[in-house]
Design a protein around this ligand. Structure first.
Ligand code: NCD
Length: 306
């Protein structure tokens, strides 16, 4: 029997496997008709204990476009969690009803606990302020489509680097590519967690912290904006003080490279002004679309079909 694979952290995939997923996704984009029945009679369970728009909808759309079915819930209150059921028990149940599970949970490590109980592949669709590997795959496909490579890029990460799980997973993935440099742009209080800094130092990559977005922009190939993660703050005062620390406005893109791209996992609150949307460098809606294709590739891969 084939070994049961889960995707909890982006480092569960080698960079060769990530390239393989990008290739499948690009083939799906070019030849969608070849995949329409690929997952016929297969079921994906989306277990979302925390709010989501893009991640859950793109997983759902991905499975539908593969000809499969989707079941699940979109809030803990509408599942037996509200009655006190444990994550493990919920996962054992879902394993009885589905061939693959995507789960999002507010507690760091919950998908890891779920994976221990699962008899089908578990995909972490975001765990607290920890990791979000499928957003990273989305980001990687976006970067690959825009630049045709992953190497030798200078990536600016701006906003809530402390609680922003998309940033943590993206760093863990990108530090494995040759010549990647990071510029961290955040208020001091929303600085990266120590364990991510250690990963970068162990990998021996170049990175720095700055406090001004304007200063950082000219050297960047990718500017990755993030939302200040309101739901992870312990008090509202701190959130209100920090929420508008960095706002990207169209005129700030004037000194940027012509082929720089602006990314954002979305949802945005205030951090990218809407006048940036029609600048050719704005890539965040394209990025959301890429999320569907890479999740199609991932489902096929995790089911052992590709
Ligand atoms: C992100 C998340 O849930 O971490 N959203 C997403 O999945 N596209 C980012 C965020 O909520 O700020």
């Amino acid at each position: 029997m084939k070994e049961l694979r889960h995707l909890i952290n982006i480092t569960d995939l080698s960079i060769e496997e990530i390239s393989h997923l990008v290739e499948i996704a690009e083939d799906i984009i070019d030849n969608p008709e070849n995949y329409q029945e690929a997952c016929a009679h297969k079921k994906l369970a989306t277990l979302f204990f925390e709010p989501s728009t893009r991640t859950r909808l793109s997983f759902t759309a991905a499975m539908m476009e593969l000809g499969g079915n989707v079941l699940g819930f979109d809030q803990a209150a509408s599942s037996s969690t509200a009655k006190g059921e444990s994550v493990s028990d919920t996962i054992v149940m879902a394993s009885c009803y589905a061939d693959i599970i995507a789960m999002r949970h507010p507690k760091e490590g919950a998908p890891f606990v779920g994976a221990k109980a699962a008899t089908v592949p578990i995909i972490n669709a975001g765990d607290g302020g920890h990791f979000h590997p499928t957003q990273t795959l989305t980001d990687i496909l976006t970067i690959h489509k825009k630049f045709g490579r992953m190497e030798n890029l200078t990536i600016g990460l701006c906003g809530d680097l402390k609680f922003g799980r998309t940033v943590h997973s993206l760093i863990e993935a990108m530090l494995r590519y040759e010549g990647v440099k990071f510029v961290m742009i955040s208020p001091e209080e929303l600085d990266l967690p120590g364990y991510i800094k250690e990963s970068m130092d162990e990998a021996g990559i170049e990175w720095k912290e700055v406090r001004s977005l304007e200063e950082a922009i000219p050297e960047l190939d990718v500017l990755y904006m993030t939302r200040v993660q309101k739901e992870r703050f312990f008090n509202e005062e701190d959130y209100i003080r920090l929420k508008d620390s960095f706002i990207l406005k169209r005129n700030m893109l004037r000194p940027a490279k012509e082929d720089m791209i602006v990314m954002h996992p979305l949802p945005r609150v205030n951090e990218i002004s809407v006048d940036v949307d029609d600048d050719p460098r704005a890539a965040y809606f394209f990025q959301a679309l890429m999320g569907k294709y890479i999740r199609m590739a991932l489902i096929l891969f995790m089911l052992g079909m590709k």
